[in-house]
Design a protein around this ligand. Structure first.
Ligand SMILES: Nc1nc2c(ncn2[C@@H]2O[C@H](COP(=O)(O)OP(=O)(O)OP(=O)(O)O)[C@@H](O)[C@H]2O)c(=O)[nH]1
Ligand SMILES: [Mg+2]
Length: 355
């Protein structure tokens, strides 16, 4: 998963490593210079012109000290690695404004007012990159399990998105996940459009021993999901998982149907599903879809087949809605909660192993 992106992040770490100079305390960073860098910024500002070299020597230069170690970073030396990182992010399908934001944050983290105290150059660079990525990935830290456990039952979740991205499979995976956590669920086939959709959802339901509510092909999807909500209320079922037909945000009839589902059923959550492998297309679709019909969160499927990782990095920032789950394969257990910190740790882990 996301191996291409991992490699490029690692390249940046190596390049940036060369741009950060470790100053030998005895030779280049004499006591006065060390003491100067150790002072809090406010003190340096108050001292103004009196600082060594006319008080301006630290502009465009960040100094980080730990015990005996001092790291000096010249902003100019960082530009080439940052430019390469930006190109690599774009080549890996990171949306352009998101790539810009990551670059700015990495630069600020390394050069900014906040001086970091670190044990090594690697740690200094890793932390700058990690913090930048986590900030961009973590739009609001939505926790699905917590939501389900606290919300009034039944919790009604409707899944939407374009054709073939994995909506139905994701519903089955979530039913399994809920069961593993002690929550019951009923599946509702609001895809009354495609022949075979009832059968497909029924097969998953049978495999997972779940009740499924279906109507005839061509029926009203809102009515199917409404029936499932009534079933859940009558049978103390915790969660209703409503499937819908694949649609583009431009498919007027289907978008009107979705609006009707939202009006009639009033789902607690509307979840947009798209595939990570679609990269920039997935990001654009999510943005356009959200403009046409607001959703609460997203699932990115087929992350197992995606080397670039750009959609996963960008989509929450662009839509302002959290990625709730990543689909990581075709099995029922191939679903993982999207945790920004954990994901960034994984993205940055490969380089560390080789050292
Ligand atoms: N590798 C991989 N394949 C997946 C994943 N999720 C779904 N798939 C596969 O994607 C294909 C389409 O999945 P569906 O669940 O039928 O997609 P859908 O969005 O419901 O499709 P429509 O109802 O036709 O719009 C199936 O072959 C799934 O097994 C995933 O996370 N990883
Ligand atoms: Mg489907």
């Amino acid at each position: 998963m996301f191996d291409g992106l991992k490699d490029k992040l690692n390249d940046f770490r190596e390049e940036a490593d060369e741009a950060v100079e470790e100053v030998e305390e005895d030779e280049e960073a004499d006591d006065e210079e060390v003491a100067e860098a150790e002072k809090p910024e406010e003190v340096k500002e108050e001292e103004g012109e009196e600082g060594e070299d006319g008080g301006t020597s630290l502009r465009g230069k960040a100094k980080t000290l730990v015990g005996e170690r001092a790291f000096v970073i010249e902003e100019d030396d960082l530009e080439a690695p940052l430019q390469d990182l930006e190109l690599a992010l774009l080549a890996n399908d990171v949306e352009v404004s998101v790539a810009d934001e990551i670059i700015d944050r990495v630069r600020d983290n390394l050069m900014g007012e906040k001086k970091h105290w670190r044990d090594s150059k690697d740690e200094l660079i890793d932390d700058a990159l990690r913090d930048a990525l986590v900030d961009v990935l973590d739009v609001d830290g939505f926790d699905f399990d917590e939501y389900v456990s606290k919300a009034e039952k039944p919790v009604v979740v409707v899944f939407t998105g374009v054709n073939g991205v994995g909506k139905t499979t994701t519903i089955a995976k979530i039913a399994k996940r809920l069961e593993d956590r002690g929550f019951s669920s009923v599946l509702a086939n609001g895809d009354t459009y495609r022949a075979g959709a009832n059968q497909q959802l029924r097969e998953h339901a049978d495999a997972l021993d779940k009740k499924v509510i279906t109507h005839e092909q061509g029926g009203d999807p809102a009515a199917v999901i409404y029936d499932a909500v009534e079933y859940a209320e009558a049978n103390d079922v915790d969660v209703v998982l409503g499937d819908t037909a694949g649609r583009l945000h431009t498919s007027d009839d289907l978008m009107n149907q979705l609006a009707k589902i939202q009006r009639v059923v009033k789902p607690d959550l509307t979840v947009f599903v798209d595939e990570a492998v679609a990269g920039q297309d997935a990001v654009n679709r999510a943005e356009e879809f959200h403009d046409a019909a607001e959703f609460d969160g997203m699932v990115l499927t087929k992350a197992d087949a995606d080397s670039a990782g750009g959609a996963a990095v960008s989509v929450a920032r662009v839509t302002g809605k959290p990625v709730v789950f990543l689909g990581t394969g075709q099995g029922y257990d191939d679903l993982r909660e999207f945790d920004a910190g954990e994901l960034v740790d994984e993205l940055l882990s490969e380089g560390e192993e080789g050292e």
